[in-house]
Design a protein around this ligand. Structure first.
Ligand SMILES: [Zn+2]
Ligand SMILES: [Zn+2]
Length: 107
């Protein structure tokens, strides 16, 4: 894994579990869940960027992605994993934008 990928993964897990966040409990400890791209093989570029932060329960527990399976999980939380991925990327962009503003004020 490349260095920038590791940094990205730590940023994602720093967001906290995305499902807990949507349920109104932001900032819970999160593991990294890798989304399996449809039709993508091994070694596909950017595959490390298709990740979601999920807490142990929402990842592997009875109400979690691997406990229920993707379809049941998406039905229960009324969102698809692609939409969750989009939300994670938006949250990361918001963080980056606020850093960008800080940098400009020192320019
Ligand atoms: Zn959670
Ligand atoms: Zn997983």
């Amino acid at each position: 894994m490349k260095k920038d990928e590791k940094i990205y993964l730590s940023k994602v897990s720093d967001l906290g579990c995305i499902i807990c966040y949507r349920l109104g409990y932001p900032g819970s400890f999160a593991e990294i869940h890798h989304i399996r791209g449809i039709g993508l093989g091994f070694g596909v570029r950017n595959s490390h960027y298709n990740v979601l932060p999920l807490c142990p329960e929402h990842h592997r527990g009875n109400t979690g992605y691997h406990g229920m399976g993707r379809k049941a999980f998406e039905r229960k939380y009324e969102i698809t994993e692609q939409e969750l991925l989009k939300q994670v990327k938006e949250m990361l962009n918001e963080k980056d934008e606020s850093r960008e503003e800080n940098r400009q004020s020192y320019a």
